[in-house]
Design a protein around this ligand. Structure first.
Ligand SMILES: Nc1ncnc2c1ncn2[C@@H]1O[C@H](COP(=O)(O)OP(=O)(O)O)[C@@H](O)[C@H]1O
Ligand SMILES: [Mg+2]
Length: 264
C-alpha cells in the first residue's frame, strides 16, 4: 500500500543475495531476499542468529554490495550508496568524548541545521525520553538503557527518511528491555518514521510492527510474511491478549522448526 509520500516504497529490497569468501570457502549468507517498507511503516525482521540480518542492513546502508539484487528507496536505485539511511547499530555507538547532548546533536549537524535550532530540538527530545538533566553527561556515566535511548534519539533526529535498528535492545536486561519496547512504541506512534527493525525477540516484533518478515537460517531468505493485525495505538496490555499469544505461538513454532532444520 503506498503511503502518504506517494506511490514509492520507503524501501524496496529486491532479490538480494550475498556470499562471503574466506580462504576460498564460500559462505552463502543471503538468498534472494525481497522486502518492502512503506513510508511511516514499522517493519521487523526476525530470524535466527547468523542468518545474515546484519549483513542485509550493511547492504541496505551501502556498506556492502550485494552479489545480486537491488536496494531501492523512494523509487530510486540506491544500491551501494551510503548516507541514505539513519542507522542504529547493535551496540550503542555513542562517541565517548562527546556529551549526550552533543551526541544527539550530531544528527542536526549532519543535516546542516543551524546550531541553536538543533540544540533546542535535542533538549526537547532529551527531556521527552527521560534524559533531561543528562545533557552534559558523557556516555559512560549512563546506564545501558539510557545510552540506547540517546543513540536512538540520534537516529530519530537524523535527516534520512528510513531508520534501521539492528537488535537495539539485545544487550539490555529483561526489565529494561520491556521498558524500552514500550518507550519506542509510544515514541514511534507519536512520530511515525519508516523503520526496519531487527530482533530475534518475537514478542518485541509483534508489539511494535505492522509487518514481520520471518527469516530462515543461513543463507537467510524470507520464510513467512506476517501482517500484524493489532490496531494502534497499542498498549502494553496487548501482550496478554489471546490473539497476541496465539500469533506469538505460531511464530515461535516456525522459529523452532527452522532452528531444528538448520542444526540437523
Ligand atoms: N565481512 C564479512 N566477511 C566474512 N563473513 C562475514 C562478514 N560479515 C558477516 N559474515 C558472516 O555472515 C554470516 C551472517 O552474519 P550476520 O549478518 O552478522 O548475521 P546475523 O546478524 O543474522 O546474526 C555469519 O556467518 C558471519 O560470520
Ligand atoms: Mg546481527
Amino acid at each position: 500500500m503506498p503511503g502518504a509520500k506517494g506511490a514509492h516504497h520507503a524501501l524496496n529490497v529486491d532479490g538480494v543475495s550475498k556470499a562471503f569468501f574466506h580462504r576460498r570457502r564460500e559462505t552463502r549468507v543471503l538468498d534472494n531476499v525481497s522486502l518492502t517498507v512503506e513510508p511511516q511503516e514499522f517493519v521487523s525482521i526476525v530470524g535466527p542468529s547468523g542468518c545474515g540480518k546484519s549483513t542485509l542492513f550493511h547492504i541496505i546502508g551501502g556498506l556492502e554490495l550485494p552479489d545480486a539484487g537491488t536496494v531501492n528507496m523512494g523509487g530510486k536505485n540506491v544500491t551501494g550508496q551510503r548516507g541514505e539511511i539513519s542507522y542504529m547499530p547493535q551496540q550503542p555507538a555513542l562517541f565517548p568524548w562527546r556529551t549526550i547532548e552533543d551526541n544527539v546533536l550530531l544528527a542536526g549537524e549532519l543535516k546542516g541545521e543551524p546550531k541553536a535550532e538543533a540544540r533546542a530540538a535535542a533538549r526537547h527530545w532529551l527531556d521527552k525520553v527521560g534524559l533531561g538533566g543528562f545533557e552534559r553527561a558523557y556516555p559512560h556515566m549512563l546506564s545501558g538503557g539510557m545510552q540506547q535511548r540517546a543513540a536512538f534519539l540520534r537516529a530519530l533526529l537524523a535527516p534520512q527518511e528510513l531508520m534501521l535498528l539492528d537488535e537495539p535492545f539485545s544487550a539490555l536486561d529483561a526489565l529494561t528491555r520491556e521498558q524500552m519496547q514500550r518507550w519506542l512504541l509510544e515514541l514511534w506512534e507519536e512520530n511515525r518514521r519508516s523503520v526496519l527493525f531487527i530482533t530475534h525477540n518475537i514478542e518485541e516484533a509483534l508489539l511494535l510492527s505492522s509487518r514481520i518478515y520471518v527469516f530462515s537460517g543461513r543463507p537467510g531468505s524470507v520464510l513467512h510474511i506476517v501482517d500484524v493485525p493489532f490496531p494502534r495505538p497499542r498498549r502494553g496490555e496487548l501482550t496478554d491478549s489471546l490473539e497476541f499469544l496465539q500469533l506469538r505461538r505460531e511464530l515461535s513454532e516456525w522459529m523452532r522448526e527452522e532452528q531444528a532444520r538448520t542444526t540437523r
